[in-house]
Design a binder for this molecule. Structure first.
Ligand code: UZR
Ligand code: MG
Length: 212
């Protein structure tokens, strides 16, 4: 494995803590400022297990905040392939169908790969592959407010279903798995994606890595 090809940066934290926002901000700004196509992004959500063999009623019961909901093996294989300078085909997940679609997105090897997701740091194998890790430490009440608006407008949910899922799964799994995984982070960022100073510090570090 030649790690010089690719630096993997993980961004973890609670659901709706601002992980995707910070990852997109960094990526878009660096692409504009540096005109680089050397940054790739992967969302852990793309690696939710395929549930196409299950009925809809059954899919709705899945605990999506538990590590076993994810195909971390496939994510790990893809990171390994990128580190070996090979392209990968990232699955496309549907939050309304609760399963993988038939589509894939091709990602070619990059100097920097930013991976974002709730449970990345709970997996020992992924932790080994990650070069630097960030935990977004946004208070849970703020996450819940964001999640309500996001899931209703973008993921086709009702307010009652978001609140029910939050009580049953999101909050307990955060306390059991996500919060304890903070211990593995190299950097802890308070408040989330709108923390401009933290975003700039990460950008500076990535710029340095890109120029190396
Ligand atoms: P982010 N999720 C769903 O609600 N349905 C699915 O089919 C797949 C995932 C939710 C999941 C988790 N949980 O909290 C969230 N629940 O997506 C993770 N309940 O996505 O990190 O973007 O918030
Ligand atoms: Mg997200």
């Amino acid at each position: 494995m030649n790690k010089n090809h690719c630096v993997v940066i993980a961004i973890a934290g609670a659901s709706a803590s601002g992980k995707s926002l910070i990852a997109h901000t960094i990526c878009n700004e660096l692409r504009q400022e540096m005109g680089t196509d050397q940054i790739g992004m992967i969302s852990e959500d793309a690696y939710y297990k395929d549930q196409s063999h299950m009925a809809m009623e059954e899919r709705i019961q899945t605990n999506y905040d538990h590590p076993k909901a994810f195909d971390h093996q496939l994510l790990s294989d893809h990171i390994q392939a990128l580190q070996n300078n090979q392209s990968v085909e990232i699955p496309v997940y549907s939050y309304t169908e609760h399963t993988r679609t038939d589509e894939v997105i091709n990602l070619s090897p990059k100097k920097i790969i930013i991976v974002e997701g709730i449970l990345l740091l709970t997996d020992p194998k992924l932790r080994e592959q990650i070069d630097a890790s960030v935990f977004i430490d946004t208070p849970l009440d703020i996450c819940l407010m964001r999640r309500l608006t996001r899931d209703i407008s973008e993921r086709g949910r009702t307010m009652d279903s978001v609140i029910e899922q939050y009580k049953q799964m999101v909050r307990p799994m955060f306390l059991q798995f996500i919060e304890p995984s903070k211990q593995y982070a190299d950097i802890i960022i308070p408040r989330g994606g709108k923390n401009r100073i933290a975003t700039d510090i990460l950008k500076t570090r990535i710029k340095y890595l890109l120029k190396k």
